[in-house]
Design a protein around this ligand. Structure first.
Ligand SMILES: [Zn+2]
Length: 361
């Protein structure tokens, strides 16, 4: 039993001749058990010989302390869990993140006899000191950011997110995010922008109506500070709960980070891609065809979906961000299909911009 572990240890440190395969990772069966919501088990690692190692999400984290771990103490004492650490800065195990939808690997370190886990988070992420998010919320955003092609994120030769200082800020609620970075948004929210005739929030027919615009949005891009912002807690206009905590339904924010970074991409140059004559022309011709084919699309995909896309594509800027997200696979299959059917010329135009970055879709 010990031999493969020693071999694995050697190759982790780059001393062995063969490349060790990472430990497999699977979803924990109790992932969504409400009892575990305080410290949800995110992933479990299949050990050989059998044992257990769980990666636990922290309910409140910054870019550090994202994970806690729990493990079979007895096996660890016997030296059977992972090989013994040779130094604090060398991982004792690499755990493949693929099954979780993450592209990179977790690394397990042994420090002062205890295990800790780290994951290489996107350099585009920022969580200011005054706030925190839940780790599963953070990881959903991370999955989106991993879809951004490298030359757009960071390439010394190009105008890209790193060179332009574009970042995505995450925070707990609207006070920590939108209002903290742009206090006049709070003022405009208090002026009740959604419905000027109603109070800030009220409870009607078992539904919360929160009239404040920025309290109701999952993400925004602020060009003045070159920051996209996302809030974990969001009021949902006309919902049964006062707030929606997206750490409880992280799947519902998939794509939001890519959409907001799409706006950031639009602002990368001294001009906006979506304001060029070529893009406006493409937008107008797609919209003309859309209004001619709308009935057919409604028949195929349903009226509600087409209405949604009609408002999602209400101007050139939103269309640009939606396509950035859709082309990089931030949308589900059907939404992407509808988007590309409605906006073929704009999609072609954005693919051409991507090709300047040597990104070919
Ligand atoms: Zn937008």
């Amino acid at each position: 039993m010990q031999i493969p572990l020693i071999k694995f240890f050697a190759s982790t440190l780059g001393l062995g001749g063969t490349k060790a395969s990472p430990y497999p990772l699977s979803f924990a069966s109790d992932l969504n058990n409400p009892e575990n919501l305080e410290h949800p088990v995110l992933y479990k690692v299949d050990m050989k010989p059998p044992g257990w190692f769980h990666i636990i999400g922290n309910k409140t984290c910054g870019l550090e302390n994202v994970f806690s771990v729990s493990y079979d103490k007895e096996m660890k004492e016997k030296g059977l869990l992972f090989p013994k650490a040779r130094s604090r800065d060398k991982p004792v195990a690499i755990i493949d993140g693929k099954i979780t939808g993450l592209n990179k690997s977790f690394e397990v370190y042994e420090i002062d006899g205890e295990y800790i886990v780290s994951y290489p988070l996107s350099p585009l992420l920022e969580i200011p000191k005054h706030t925190y998010v839940a780790s599963n919320y953070l990881l959903t955003v991370q999955k989106d950011l991993e879809k951004i092609p490298k030359p757009i994120e960071d390439d010394i030769r190009e105008i890209n997110f790193r060179n332009r200082g574009a970042k995505l800020i995450l925070g707990f609620n609207e006070d920590d995010t939108y209002y903290a970075y742009k206090p006049d948004l709070k003022e405009s929210d208090l002026r009740k922008i959604v419905d000027p005739n109603k109070p800030p929030h009220e409870f009607i027919d078992n539904k919360w109506i929160d009239n404040r615009l920025y309290k109701n949005i999952r993400g925004v891009y602020l060009p003045e500070i070159k920051r996209a912002l996302m809030s974990q807690w969001v009021a949902i206009y006309g919902s049964e709960d006062l707030y929606c905590d997206y750490s409880e339904s992280p799947q519902d924010i998939g794509g939001v980070a890519l959409h907001e970074m799409g706006h950031a991409f639009d602002y990368l140059q001294p001009f906006m891609f979506s304001e060029t004559n070529a893009f406006i022309k493409a937008y107008d011709s797609d919209m003309k065809a859309f209004s001619e084919n709308r009935a057919k699309l409604e028949e195929k995909y349903g009226k509600d979906k087409i209405n949604f896309w009609c408002s999602a594509l209400r101007n050139e800027q939103e269309t640009f961000a939606q396509l950035f997200c859709g082309l990089l696979d931030g949308l589900d299959k059907e939404s992407k299909e509808i988007l590309l059917t409605i906006m073929p010329s704009c999609a072609k135009h954005i693919k051409e911009i991507f090709s300047w970055y040597r990104v070919y879709l």
